[in-house]
Ligand binder design. Structure first.
Ligand code: FMN
Length: 216
């Protein structure tokens, strides 16, 4: 055991947050205390980022009319996604894919404008900006779970329409609508598994040695 390791109890807490984090779509209203929300956003902001560019921008949605407009954008995309799914469209429409109206806090995470000036680590992989923002969102997710709050990442929306709605500058791009808040319970497994939409694959199928597809 490394001398830098956390205590047994602390490590158990970290692994528990990771394994019991769920993408939540059912919320019980209520509220998130301002100091708790600040703590969660600070956790998100401590994420790693390519070249330390910190590409994330958080927009807290407080106006009910904006929340309704975001819900409407998601609803439009839900129907377009169902149409694109073809024969699975009907089953998709039965899934709950967001909790926008019921969550205590609604956030939008966007990539900043002017990202093209950041070349470090992005010359061949420009998408490392969104990877960095995803790290921030995961920090938020895990911290929220540790605090007993549910969180859901909604990506069913037209980014241009959402950017326009929130008066984002040219070049900024929303990547997540985040539903956050108290829940009555956490799903015991991914909801898409519980609903029979898909089966998660075990790590053993996704772990290779030396060459793609080669397993030890
Ligand atoms: C980038 C990203 C986008 C997602 N977008 C949606 C979404 O729009 N709607 C939804 O219901 N779930 C969304 N999810 C949640 C996934 O469906 C969920 O993470 C997956 O089914 C595994 O469940 P778990 O997070 O509870 O382990 C998203 C997750 C990620 C990482």
């Amino acid at each position: 055991m490394s001398e830098f390791a956390f205590t047994d109890e602390q490590r158990a807490g970290v692994y528990r947050a990771i394994s019991e984090r769920r993408d939540m779509r059912h919320f019980s209203g209520g509220e998130v205390a301002p100091e708790l929300l600040a703590r969660l956003l600070e956790a998100a902001h401590q994420a790693p980022s390519v070249g330390l560019m910190q590409p994330w921008r958080f927009v807290r949605i407080s106006r009910p009319e904006l929340r309704n407009a975001i819900a409407e954008l998601v609803e439009q995309e839900r129907h377009l996604t169902a149409a694109a799914l073809g024969e699975r469209g009907e089953a998709f429409m039965k899934l709950k894919v967001e909790g926008i109206h019921d969550c205590a806090e609604l956030l939008v995470v966007a990539l900043m404008d002017g990202r093209e000036t950041h070349v470090f680590g992005r010359r061949t992989l420009p998408e490392m900006d969104i990877a960095s923002a995803a790290c921030a969102i995961q920090n938020l997710w895990l911290a929220a779970r540790a605090e007993g709050l549910g969180m859901g990442w909604v990506s069913l929306f037209d980014p241009d329409a959402l950017a326009n709605l929130l008066q984002m500058p040219v070049g900024a791009k929303p990547v997540a609508v985040i539903c956050l808040g108290p829940v009555l319970e956490f799903y015991p497994a991914p909801m898409l598994k519980l609903e029979g939409w898909t089966e998660p694959r075990p790590l053993s199928e996704l772990l290779f040695e030396d060459f793609w597809g080669q397993q030890s």
